[in-house]
Design a binder for this molecule. Structure first.
Ligand code: ATP
Ligand code: MG
Ligand code: MG
Length: 379
């Protein structure tokens, strides 16, 4: 039998492993955490650092092809593996997505508009930061997620203080934009250049963490949907990307579309596809990795996804308690996904709830009931 490898052991790897196993593949996960969500469920778990040469050699020995699920795996590790096995996505695409300056330069090359920005990597660049970028948001070039490594700044003095508080590491300053809404697109691109996409997802973030994704007809203006799809496809084609890619967008209050960032892996905003589409994002990822045909995914049910963050375990008080799953699952069309993480902590992604329904109104009504039961604010 064939075995598929994953660099990274988080929840995205876990759901990929489940999909691969359902299709008869063996799986091997490399992650240093002995209790990692993906390592727990994989046939093989190599407990080693992402750049450990022995661990990588073992991964290449056991796996017929390797993917990644974690944005910050060292791109060099993927390059090392690629010398021995097919790897998707490729090291260069992952490296680009790990660096906000390279990422934005790629958007510009593809003719896709992003927020006005400047790189701030030195005291000179700090002093020369254009005033029109304020108020703005300063983001570290590397290693940020869920809003970590970001500071909102209004004045030049605040900008300087923020850059110093981030340890003077290389950053981008982006203009703070007036958002009407946020959306994202997931594309899957094969080695032969064939490309398919999931429907455009509408996303609600709270405290810079994805809270709710809603996907159904009429949710977004059609012109915007087409623009977002075109932009995502240009970004993937421009990278000769192979694998699954998510592109995050802002929609401004004037209705125009601006690209935010890319994720070279399955994405939290694509989880609804597990229960609402005939191909999930994880099966699309698998098909790109295994060289299987890519057919256009079809959404068969309107869907709402609720992220289940660690604070829900503390909704009743200071001691962690299991949320009322049975009451939630008594609502028709609810699908619970939990990641097997031991400790609930505020802000930690513990799982998600997919809600499907016969109509957008029905899916939304059920999702709002589930949210009320769980202590998630209405949306
Ligand atoms: P992720 O977990 O998605 O990787 P991240 O840490 O890379 O998040 P961003 O996607 O850059 O963070 O920003 C997080 C959120 O902050 C955005 O989804 C958006 O709500 C808000 N945000 C970021 N940049 C801007 C901006 N320039 N103008 C307005 N809002 C912004
Ligand atoms: Mg990000
Ligand atoms: Mg983001």
């Amino acid at each position: 039998g064939r075995t598929l490898g994953v660099l990274g052991g988080g929840q995205l790897g876990r759901m990929f492993v489940h999909t691969a196993q359902a299709m008869g593949y063996g799986t091997v996960v490399l992650d240093p955490d002995p209790d990692s969500p993906a390592g727990q469920v994989s046939h093989h778990h190599i407990q080693a650092g992402y750049d450990d040469p022995q661990g990588l050699a073992e991964l290449a020995r056991l796996a017929d092809a390797v993917t990644t699920e974690f944005e910050n795996v060292p791109a060099a590790a993927l390059a090392t593996l690629a010398a021995r096995r097919p790897v998707a996505p490729a090291a260069n695409a992952v490296a680009l997505a790990q660096d906000r300056a390279q990422e934005k330069a790629h958007f510009v090359r593809c003719g896709v508009r992003c927020a006005p920005y400047a790189v701030i990597a030195s005291a000179e660049q700090l002093a020369a930061a254009p005033a029109e970028l304020l108020p703005g948001i300063l983001k570290t070039l590397r290693l940020g997620y869920d809003g970590k490594g970001q500071r909102r700044v209004t004045t030049a003095a605040e900008l300087s203080a923020a850059w110093h508080s981030l340890g003077q590491q290389p950053c981008v300053l982006e203009q703070w934009l007036a958002l009407a809404l946020e959306c994202s697109v997931i594309v899957a691109r094969g080695a032969d250049g064939s490309i398919v996409h999931l429907p455009v997802q509408r996303n609600l973030h709270r405290d810079a963490i994805l809270a709710v994704t809603e996907v159904y007809a009429g949710n977004l203006p059609q012109a915007l949907v087409e623009q977002a799809l075109q932009a995502a496809i240009s970004i993937a084609n421009g990278l000769q990307y192979v694998g699954l890619l998510c592109v995050e967008f802002f929609v401004l209050q004037d209705g125009s579309l601006v690209v935010n960032e890319i994720a070279p892996r399955p994405h939290n905003s694509g989880h609804y596809s597990q229960n609402a589409c005939d191909l999930s994002q994880f099966e699309l990822q698998l098909r790109t990795l295994a060289g299987l045909p890519l057919t256009a995914p079809r959404q068969h049910s309107p869907a709402v996804m609720l992220n289940l963050l660690g604070e829900l375990w503390f909704a009743q008080g200071a001691v962690a308690q299991t949320p009322p799953w049975a009451e939630v699952l008594a609502l028709p069309g609810t699908h619970l996904h939990l990641y097997g993480k031991g400790q609930a902590r505020p802000g930690r992604k513990m799982g998600h709830l997919n809600v499907t329904g016969p109509s957008p109104q029905a899916a939304r009504a059920t999702a709002l009931k589930a949210a009320a039961l769980l202590g998630i604010a209405p949306f």
